[in-house]
Design a protein around this ligand. Structure first.
Ligand code: XMP
Length: 517
């Protein structure tokens, strides 16, 4: 792999993704990892990420010079560039001046790293210190107002560096710089493709599972759908999927899993209709966290029962053992939890956790090395429909946390109708990509007076919460065109009984969260 050494900035994951976009497999390792451990991974190249503001800061991570003696091509970025300069005998000036944001650099005519990029280009900078002198043997490739040495290379040793952030889109030729390094500098072939990922994972899954049996909980979301499809491709009917229908999904979603997903993948599916059980458990509950806890608890119980049945059925049919459980853990979860291997990282209640002793499964995690966009690409290549593969985020507790107040069957139906209208109209307007997700919320405990036809109404408001986001950590409300909002509002108030008002949430996150509960 190409190792992306993470110096603690938020950019390491982005760099790893961009490297993969250049069809080269990458992994992230912490800068605290000893160099011998890094080299034990037999890296094809190493990218040093950005990091703290200054190499002179107390406790700033250093680079072990041994890294530069292994004959592995290295690209230093921002902090990594400065740390590299320092380690190889260059000079880094503690200027205290900051260069931040879009910046112009002037690039040299001929080089490997900046090949095919113009002399004047716009890049994204974020640095205080600056490299004033390149290490011996290096050619200076670019300068900016705040950085006399803004890029350098030593093609003989295959060492390269840039002060700016080639991984962010604001650096106009950023991806070109990365591909120059990977394909021309490090001479990597660029043969890591979605098709290869599938072949490799299928082989791995086969080797892990052998002829044992395996179980998977489908949630209706992208990750479990793709993970199960991969396992199905590898071991066919040794896999049984369980879909716990908690009755809190949106219109058409349960059918999508039960019919379309089964038809396209051929998975053996056990459907458990637990909607009554969940409604009973939620009766009288309005507090959001209590709702979440109840749903999490009930989910585990229902899944346990279903898993037990699958285990028993397997025993009765041919004596085979169900030994494995599929989980849709993604690479960001692995990285954020320290990159350890083997143990599951259970982030939210709707992932299966805390199963009792007599149901101990080994985990199969075919998406452990993949980012979300790669999971979607794999799903598409496996033939899954766009409605599943491109699905926007949807919370595990489902519509229960979009009804402010007690959850009842009627209220769920009301919300489902309103939500279906919103989704249909946003999709028809082509906004599914621009909008990260659009929670539709029923204020079940609020009533307002209205007039419809000749009569007075006293109904509930529906809140629209369209947001734009990169990662759900922060978000802004999406400026949906007024005409479209008008159409949605008219349709909801005309078509959904009980709703006589539609309001728009214009709060960013923070301070508002994306969901209302
Ligand atoms: P908030 O509301 O915290 O949501 O801004 C951030 C993202 O997480 C989703 N979300 C959940 N997902 N279980 C989940 O699986 C939950 O309890 C839950 N609560 C919020 C939300 O839809 C958004 O994408």
């Amino acid at each position: 792999p190409v190792l992306v050494v993470d110096f603690g900035a938020q950019y390491a994951q982005l760099i790893a993704r961009r490297v993969r976009e250049a069809s080269v497999y990458s992994e992230i390792v912490p800068s605290s990892m000893p160099v011998e451990d890094m080299l034990a991974k037999q890296p094809a190249a190493i990218v040093l990420s950005g990091g703290p503001s200054s190499v002179y800061e107390e406790g700033a991570p250093q680079i072990d010079p041994a890294l530069f003696e292994a004959g592995v091509p290295v690209l230093g970025i921002c902090y990594g560039f400065q740390a590299m300069a320092l380690a190889l005998g260059g000079e880094v000036a503690h200027t205290g001046l900051r260069e931040y944001g879009g910046t112009k650099v002037t690039a040299a005519d001929e080089s490997t790293l900046l090949h095919g990029t113009p002399a004047d280009q716009s890049v994204w900078m974020s640095h205080g210190d600056a490299v004033h002198k390149a290490p011996p043997g290096f050619t200076v490739l670019a300068e900016s107002a705040g950085a006399p040495v803004a890029a350098f290379e030593n093609t003989e040793k295959s060492f390269y560096g840039v002060q700016w952030h080639p991984e962010v889109k604001h650096s106009t030729f950023g991806q070109k710089v990365l591909t120059n390094f990977l394909h021309n500098g490090a001479k990597l072939p660029g043969d890591w493709t979605t098709g290869n990922v599938i072949d490799e994972q299928v082989a791995r899954i086969k080797a892990q599972i052998g002829d044992a049996k395996v179980i998977c909980a489908l949630s209706g979301g992208v990750d479990s759908a793709v993970a199960a499809a991969l396992v199905q491709r590898a071991v066919g009917d040794q896999l049984t999927c369980v879909f716990v229908d908690h009755g809190l999904l949106r219109q058409g979603e349960a059918e999508q899993v039960e019919q379309e997903y089964v038809a396209t993948t051929g998975v053996k599916l056990k459907v458990v209709d637990a909607s009554t059980r969940f409604l009973t458990a939620l009766a009288g509950v309005s507090d959001p966290e209590t709702k979440r806890k109840i749903i999490g608890r009930e989910f585990i119980r229902v899944f346990e029962d279903a898993a037990r049945e699958v285990v028993e059925e397997a025993h009765e049919s041919d004596g085979g053992d169900v030994k494995f459980l599929v989980q849709g853990t993604l690479y960001p979860d692995v990285v954020e939890s320290g990159g350890g291997t083997g143990t599951a990282n259970i982030k939210s209640h709707h992932n299966v956790g805390g199963l009792p002793d007599d149901l101990q499964f080994e985990l199969v995690e075919p998406l452990r090395t993949l980012f979300k966009d790669e999971v979607r690409a794999v799903g598409s290549q496996l033939g899954l429909p766009d409605e599943i593969v491109q699905r926007q985020p949807f919370p595990g507790p489902g519509l229960a946390i979009r009804i402010v107040g007690e959850v009842t069957k009627d209220r769920l139906e009301t919300l489902r109708q309103a939500d279906a209208i919103v989704r249909a109209e946003l999709s028809a307007a082509g906004l599914d990509r621009e909008i990260w997700q659009c929670p539709v919320v029923l204020l079940a405990d609020v009533r307002s007076v209205g007039v419809q036809g000749d009569g007075r109404t006293y109904g509930h408001p529906i809140v629209l919460r369209p947001v734009s986001s990169e990662d759900a950590m922060t978000a802004d409300w999406t400026r949906v065109p007024y005409e479209l909002l008008a159409k949605i509002s008219t349709r909801i108030t005309n078509e959904v009984a009980e709703v006589n008002r539609v309001v728009l949430d214009v709060t960013s996150k923070p301070p508002g969260t994306i969901e209302w509960e």
